[in-house]
Each structure stands twice: as structure tokens, then as C-alpha cells.
Design a protein around this ligand. Structure first.
Ligand code: NAD
Length: 489
């Protein structure tokens, strides 16, 4: 039996004991998870430095804080999320208990990517634990140092219930042959298709957190200086290797020079005149990706940056000007510090440009006109839309994070992670009395019964409203009683 098969079997066996169902158990695991982050902070930071040239503070800021926040939220809200959720009833079921009961799915496979290896691998695990599942976690082999640290999770979590399997493509493929109850995959759309194909074999539901080209439209009617500060931050963070980074800019030719000028100033301010030796500027993950990104710039005009050093996987923050839609850099997700500017003739053309391509994971618009922003929202589709900033939607646990179409399926963060990895079971509990009410549905199906069915089935009963009405009535009766006694005196 392969190591992967064994991991799945152990997780399944542990799940079937039922010990992950009580909320106390889940909370204990989440608290241990938090202890792992605290006690292994130094190991995580040094692994991230080796993998992506991140500083300890950047690791805290962009990997650890979010994970900690998700754990805290799950611990404090778990009882509420896991509780039965009453629903509105019809008259036919008025006397029944009707509710949704979230229940664990079983064994979840989590396959992570390398760009924010802690965030994209361990945040879904928070949801899996909170929802009462067992999990097999497969960190990306590309960020190998961080993957090694994640193996230490077995010292903190129930080691049978939560398995970490390290390895490369062969190991992932072996895992994908096994039967899971859900697969949560983060990575490229190309591999996403392979994951979905493997999942289909067992009819396993999937969450696919994919990527793509996220457009960024700059309206000429906006504060271009501020817009460029936020875009520069969003683009060059983690050396452009962020799934929701603005992939390219769309703007009118009249503002292109100003945009280039402002981005240049921001690059100097954020990363100095020498980003290569500045400690907060990252590196490309490996030489394969370095070569891929450099090849994308062929045939385009460099406006800022452009220099690189293969031996260090360094690519300077770069802007390309007057990029044509047919150029190499516009054919795939860049996932590196190259920012092409494509000229469009106003909002209408920008919308058309976006709609002619795959639905993006994020769509950014910079404008001081509410009307322009509204038009972009109503005439396009994307995983998320952010106006006048970049990336920050990721930090809000109440927003579902995920793509649409080619950029992904399903979502997570906060309660969405819990729901995504739960089965929302419909429950209707009837008593065995009041059989007379049921006559209406038994044969023969007479016209009189049909008339009753219309009333009983089509009338929705909002119990919360009735409760409120009853409370108001009681309060009014009490007030009348008090007033009457007062007047009698
Ligand atoms: P990657 O190479 O680390 O692959 C991701 C996972 O897929 C790894 O665990 C790897 O083992 C596995 N894998 C790779 N090839 C495989 C194959 N042929 N068969 C089976 N498994 C295979 O990561 P990547 O794909 O380079 O990640 C970058 C992509 O991920 C970008 O497109 C980015 O936008 C996207 N991404 C999306 C999100 C999101 O939240 N939506 C987050 C991060 C990254």
C-alpha cells in the first residue's frame, strides 16, 4: 500500500470513530493549531525566507495574521455555525421542526500552492477542522522548505485525523486516485482541470481556487497618484506572485505617461533605487518560472525596469507600455513583477475587453465616479470586484473568496469555509399525530383537495414575523392593563 493510500485510510478510520463530531474536540484542535503557529513562528519565517525571500515581518503580515484571524473566528463562532438553522415553513409543515443541520463531509483533501504556501494550504484546513472533517493536506513541493515545516503539524493536531503528505506531482496524482469526500485545490487552472477530472471518477465535490489574468482599469477621472500607489503595492508584493495581483492595466492613451511616471515614483519609494538589494523585495520561486516570465516580455516595450538576474531569480519591478492584446504577455497569467499597460478608448471598450476574456479572479477599477464603478459592476463578472484599491477584499472574512468560471469554483474564508466543507442537511421532523391534515395529499386527487393544497403549500409562513406580532400584541395588552389600573386609582 502506498504512503498516500495509507494516509487516506488512517484519516478515514479516524473519521469513522466519530471523535471529530463534538464541538469540544474541534475547538481543542483549533487551539492546538494556533499553538503550532506560535511555537513554530521562527521555523515558518526561515522557511519562507528560503522559499520566497520573504522577511519575517512580511511572513507575519501576509501569511500568519490572516490564518490566526481565521482560527480565532472559527473558535468564537463555531457553536453558532454548527447549530441547526431554522427555515421558513409552509402551512402544511407549520407544526413540524424544519431546519438545516450542517454535518461533516468526511475526509477532505487539501492541495496547496506555493505562492502563499501557509495561507492557501492551512486556511482551508481551519474550515475542514471547524466543520468536523478529517483531512489530508498536500503542501506544494515547489515551496519545499515551508512544506517541511507543515509536516510538524502532526505534533499538534490529532495525527490520525489530520495527515500531511509531502511530495511532488506523482504523489499528488496518487492521492487523487483515492476516494475523498471533498477536494479543495489551489493552483493553476490547467491542473485544476486534472483535479476535477480525477474527482469526477468518485463523484467527489471540489473547490477550485484558481488564477487567471485580473484586469485593472484606471479611469482618467481619478486621482492617478493614489491609484498608482495602491496598484504598485498590489502588483509587486511577493514579486507579483499573488493570485489576485492586478495582472495588467487598461487605460486611455492620454493618461499612460502619467501612470508610468507615478508607478516609477512608487517603485522608488517602496523598493528604493536598487530593489535587488532591498530586503522587502521578493524573488521568483524557481528558474522554471523565471524563464517563463522573462519569455513573456518578448516583443513588448519596457517603460520601467526590465533588468533581471537568473542566478538569483531576480526580476526588477517592470512596466510595459502600449502592449497589444495579441502580445505574448497578454496570453497567460503573468504571476510575476511585469505590469503591461493596454490602451483602451474609455470605459465601454475596457468592459468589452474584459468580457471577451475568461472571467477573472479579481477585477480592479480606479475611478472617482460612482456611476463608472456601478457600470463596471453591472456589465462584467469576476470572483471579486474592488474599486479604488487592490487585494484588500482578501482580509474580510465575511466576503466569500473564490473565482467564477475559469478562475475557480466554490469559495472560502470565515463561515464560507465552514459551509463549503459541510453538508447542509435538510431536516424535517414530524410527529405521528394530526393525520387528518394529510388526507389532502392522498388519492383520490379531487379538485377540493387541490384547492387546499394551493393554500397550504403556496403560503409561506414567516414564523419570526408572527413571533414579533405576538410580542407587540402582548406588550400592548400589558400596557393597556397598567394604564387601566392607573386610571382606576
Ligand atoms: P503548484 O505548482 O504548487 O501546484 C499546485 C499543486 O498542484 C501542488 O500541490 C502540486 O503538487 C499539484 N500539481 C501540480 N501539477 C500537477 C499535476 N500535473 N497533477 C496533479 N497535481 C499537480 O502551483 P501553481 O499551479 O504554479 O500555482 C500558481 C497558480 O495558482 C496561479 O495560477 C495562481 O493564480 C493560482 N493561485 C490561486 C489562488 C487562489 O486562492 N485562487 C491562490 C494562490 C495561487
Amino acid at each position: 500500500m502506498s504512503r498516500e493510500q495509507q494516509a487516506v485510510q488512517h484519516a478515514r478510520k479516524a473519521f469513522l470513530t466519530g471523535r471529530s463530531k463534538p464541538l469540544d474536540y474541534r475547538i481543542k484542535q483549533l487551539q492546538n493549531f494556533k499553538r503550532f503557529i506560535k511555537e513554530k513562528t521562527t521555523d515558518i519565517a526561515s522557511a519562507m525566507r528560503k522559499d520566497l525571500h520573504k522577511t519575517a515581518n512580511a511572513t507575519q503580515l501576509f501569511e500568519i495574521l490572516g490564518l490566526e484571524g481565521e482560527i480565532n473566528l472559527a473558535v468564537s463562532k463555531l457553536a453558532e455555525w454548527a447549530a441547526p438553522r431554522p427555515v421558513n415553513k409552509n402551512l402544511l409543515t407549520i407544526a413540524d421542526d424544519v431546519y438545516i443541520q450542517p454535518e461533516p463531509l468526511g475526509v477532505v483533501l487539501i492541495i496547496g500552492a506555493w505562492n502563499y504556501p501557509i495561507t492557501v494550504t492551512l486556511q482551508p484546513l481551519v474550515g475542514a477542522i471547524a466543520a468536523g472533517n478529517a483531512a489530508v493536506v498536500k503542501p506544494s513541493e515547489v515551496s519545499s522548505h515551508t512544506a517541511k515545516v507543515m509536516e510538524l503539524l502532526s505534533l499538534y493536531l490529532d495525527p490520525e485525523m489530520y495527515q500531511v503528505v509531502t511530495g511532488g506531482v506523482a504523489e499528488t496524482q496518487e492521492l487523487l486516485k483515492q476516494r475523498f469526500d471533498h477536494i479543495f485545490y489551489t493552483g493553476s487552472s490547467t491542473v485544476g482541470k486534472l483535479v476535477m477530472e480525477a474527482a469526477a471518477h468518485h463523484l467527489t465535490p471540489v473547490t477550485l481556487e484558481l488564477g487567471g489574468k485580473s484586469p485593472c482599469y484606471i479611469d482618467k477621472n481619478c486621482d492617478i497618484r493614489i491609484a498608482c500607489r495602491r496598484i504598485t503595492w498590489g502588483k509587486y508584493m511577493n514579486c507579483g506572485q499573488t493570485c489576485i495581483a492586478p495582472d495588467y492595466i487598461l487605460c486611455e492613451s492620454s493618461i499612460q505617461d502619467k501612470v508610468i511616471n507615478e508607478i516609477q515614483k512608487c517603485i522608488q519609494e517602496f523598493y528604493t533605487n536598487d530593489p535587488k538589494s532591498f530586503e522587502d523585495y521578493g524573488r521568483i520561486i524557481n528558474q522554471r518560472h523565471f524563464k517563463r516570465i522573462m519569455a513573456l516580455t518578448e516583443g513588448s516595450t519596457v517603460a520601467i525596469g526590465g533588468d533581471s538576474d537568473e542566478s538569483e531569480c531576480y526580476i526588477a519591478p517592470t512596466v510595459l507600455r502600449d502592449v497589444t492584446p495579441g502580445s505574448k504577455v497578454m496570453q497567460e497569467e503573468i504571476f510575476g513583477p511585469i505590469l503591461p499597460i493596454v490602451i483602451v478608448n474609455g470605459l465601454k471598450e475596457a468592459i468589452q475587453f474584459i468580457n471577451e476574456r475568461e472571467k477573472p479572479l479579481a477585477l480592479y477599477i480606479f475611478s472617482s465616479s460612482k456611476k463608472v464603478i456601478k457600470q463596471m459592476i453591472s456589465e462584467t463578472s469576476s470572483g471579486a470586484l474592488v474599486a479604488n484599491d487592490c487585494l484588500v477584499h482578501f482580509t474580510i472574512s465575511d466576503l466569500p473568496f473564490g473565482g467564477v468560471g475559469n478562475s475557480g469554483t466554490g469559495c472560502y474564508h470565515g463561515k464560507y469555509s465552514f459551509d463549503q466543507l459541510s453538508h447542509l442537511r435538510s431536516c424535517l421532523i414530524k410527529k405521528l399525530n394530526m393525520e387528518g391534515v394529510n388526507q389532502m395529499r392522498y388519492p383520490p386527487h379531487t379538485t377540493e383537495k387541490l384547492r387546499w393544497a394551493r393554500v397550504l403549500l403556496l403560503k409561506q409562513v414567516n414564523l419570526a414575523r408572527w413571533r414579533r406580532v405576538a410580542q407587540v400584541a402582548m406588550f400592548a395588552a400589558l400596557a393597556a392593563f397598567v394604564v387601566q389600573r392607573f386610571l382606576r386609582r
